[in-house]
Design a protein around this ligand. Structure first.
Ligand SMILES: NC(=O)c1ccc[n+]([C@@H]2O[C@H](COP(=O)([O-])OP(=O)(O)OC[C@H]3O[C@@H](n4cnc5c(N)ncnc54)[C@H](O)[C@@H]3O)[C@@H](O)[C@H]2O)c1
Length: 349
């Protein structure tokens, strides 16, 4: 039986990881400080799936993290998902952001170096490490931006310049570099995933993080959204189940993947702009989402599409869930769970 620790395991991605490994009969420990509103519902949901240990703790607590990994030196895999996840919050509270994302990750790396060198560490990084990409030439179409340069037809690869922008970009990017370097210098088996927008069930999107879920929640609650920028910004969206499959394949192929960094997203075929999402939601719900426009936010990319060539080559992985069916799934999940979701979201607005 494989023993797995998931930091941030009550959150959207973390709780889906927990489900995936519980269903396959593994031992799962979830560590979360429950700072994200409403994530205790994810723990309740998981209790119907299988038995796991839950530890309410904070990755910023160096002593606690070190003792935990020392006392559990039979852990095989750590998924490090705990983070301060929103750009806007990072601007308002850069100290919280730094301590959670940089120090929290560093605490795990150091504890692993001392007590758990054999385990695999999967780190959830972000495409925000590439900055606002304002140096790329962009064509503005009626509903979306496109890359002018045909070289980027299949998206942006891992060789794009790092350009940390916003405290969130800096903190996630620093952690991303530390995680890779602890492989080079100390031989830890680490893998970094620079994730595009991940969406799916158990995601309680908020205005500043999780835009696909946020737009659907607001539509279902008949509430307006603000669009920051023109609404033509494009993202390649990846359904959670596809991400989990990639994580699992990366672990199974650790001899190839250790020390590597992968961009991962839905790719060009699963890219859409905010305005295109609004049109799609109208088709699905026969309702109009009410919206207004505000200024761009720091570090906002006009277009990000992940070039998945490296991960496709290494793992024979590609997204299986097309954006239309993924959006339908999350739409129905939000509709079915409207009451508890609205109680969480209303307290945050
Ligand atoms: N969802 C996406 O589209 C996306 C894209 C790129 C990267 N990521 C990264 O993936 C990871 C998971 O994101 P998510 O969407 O599941 O977010 P989430 O907010 O749903 O999950 C994060 C969890 O971490 C917990 N947490 C926060 N601070 C903590 C701390 N100090 N100690 C312990 N737990 C703490 C929260 O309570 C929450 O349950 C994050 O690292 C995020 O930066 C997510």
């Amino acid at each position: 039986m494989t023993k797995i620790l998931i930091t941030g395991g009550a959150g959207f991605i973390g709780s889906n990881i927990a489900k995936f490994y519980l269903e396959r009969g593994n031992e799962v420990i979830i560590l979360d400080n429950l700072s994200r509103k409403g994530v205790e519902y994810n723990l309740e949901w998981l209790r119907n799936i299988g038995n796991f240990d839950f530890i309410k703790a904070d990755v910023r607590d160096k002593k606690f993290m070190e003792e935990l990994l020392r006392d559990n030196n039979d852990i095989d895999i750590i998924f490090h998902e705990a983070a301060q996840v929103a750009v806007t919050t990072s601007v308002q509270d850069p100290v919280l952001d730094f301590e959670t994302n940089v120090v929290g990750t560093f605490n795990i790396l150091e504890s692993m170096r001392k007590h758990l060198k054999k385990a695999i560490l999967v780190y959830a990084s972000t495409n925000k490490v590439y900055g606002d990409l304002s140096y790329l030439n962009i064509i503005e179409k009626e509903k979306r931006y496109e890359f002018e340069d045909n070289r980027y037809k299949y998206g942006l690869g891992e060789d794009i310049n790092l350009d940390f922008h916003s405290p969130y970009g800096c903190s996630k990017g620093s952690a991303d570099q530390y995680v890779r370097d602890y492989h080079r210098i100390y031989g830890l088996k680490t893998i970094v995933f620079r994730q595009s927008c991940i969406y799916g069930t158990r995601q309680i999107g908020l205005e500043d993080q999780g835009w696909v879920a946020w737009f659907i929640i607001r539509l279902i609650l008949n509430k307006p959204v603000s669009i920051y920028g023109t609404g033509k910004q494009v993202r390649d969206i990846l359904f959670i189940d596809d991400l989990l499959e990639a994580y699992d394949l990366a672990i199974k192929n650790i001899n190839i993947t250790q020390g590597k960094i992968y961009n991962i997203g839905g790719g060009y075929e699963n890219s859409l702009s905010l305005l295109e999402l609004i049109d799609l939601l109208k088709e699905l719900s026969h309702k109009d989402l009410d919206y207004d426009f505000s200024d761009w936010r720091p570090g906002d990319q006009k277009i990000f599409i992940s070039d998945n060539t490296l991960i496709k080559g290494d793992l024979k992985w590609e997204p299986k869930i097309n954006y239309r069916s993924g959006i339908e799934k999350i739409y129905h999940w939000i509709l079915e769970n409207k009451d508890f979701i609205s109680s969480i979201v209303e307290n945050n607005v």
